[in-house]
Design a protein around this ligand. Structure first.
Ligand SMILES: [Zn+2]
Length: 233
């Protein structure tokens, strides 16, 4: 839901405190907001709307970004999450794209990226592939436009081990029941890793315990996520 920026600012002020911390917008709060499809308490940052997965990813990216000089590096952000876009714009030569031109800097179908190979040093494409029938085509395109030694955050919602997929199922209510959302075309499992690797990516799994001290888990509200996958070329 898009809130009037002024209302959001007031809400964020009212919730100021020291119990919770959002590393994306660097602010402290006495409470986070409910979030997720199951409306769990203390999930969403009242200022930047970050969720657990955004905050954990950001912690992982901090170390990746610290390892190289990002000034002048090109980053492609697909279906941009505003909470991540804001801090990235200050660190990279940043381009956001989306099928909907109102949601990004450029309209783009990632199954046909109209750019030469090796155009980007980094790519973020989270919670997009579950909407794309030919996800392998999109993955090959992302791999093509990434530079050697570049990294990509390609997250999808995963349940269990095996991906469930039947592209003949097009009924939205059936898709919602089987794949968790009416516009999802499959439910990925952890075998998603094989799709990434068959494209050519090397997948590094970074555990939450490597990124956060256990005493900070509650403050950052990271209860739900356990790891971050980062792809390398
Ligand atoms: Zn925030």
């Amino acid at each position: 839901m898009l809130l009037n920026p002024l209302i959001k600012q007031v809400r964020s002020q009212l919730l100021r405190g020291d119990r919770y911390y959002c590393p994306l917008c660097d602010r402290h709060f006495r409470s986070f907001l409910v979030g997720g499809t199951d409306r769990r308490p203390h999930v969403r940052c009242p200022n930047c709307d970050s969720l657990e997965r955004h905050r954990l990813l950001w912690l992982a990216l901090q170390s990746v970004m610290a390892a190289s000089n990002t000034k002048g590096q090109k980053l492609l952000h697909v279906a941009p999450e505003v909470c991540i876009a804001s801090p990235l714009k200050t660190q990279y030569d940043y381009l956001s794209v989306d099928m909907d031109p109102a949601k990004a800097m450029q309209q783009m179908d990632i199954c046909q990226i109209p750019l030469p190979g090796e155009s980007f040093d980094a790519i973020i494409c989270n919670h997009v592939l579950e909407h794309i029938p030919d996800d392998m085509k999109a993955l090959h395109e992302l791999y093509r436009v990434l530079k050697p030694n570049g990294w990509a955050s390609i997250q999808v919602p995963m349940v269990g081990e095996e991906t469930q997929e039947d592209l003949t199922i097009t009924d939205p209510s059936m898709r919602a029941r089987l794949y968790g959302q009416s516009d999802h075309v499959r439910q990925y499992g952890r075998d998603f890793r094989q799709r990434l690797e068959s494209t050519g990516f090397q997948v590094a799994i970074i555990l939450k315990s490597e990124l956060v001290q256990s005493e900070d888990l509650k403050k950052l509200s990271l209860d739900c996520e356990s790891e971050v996958w980062l792809c390398h070329k």
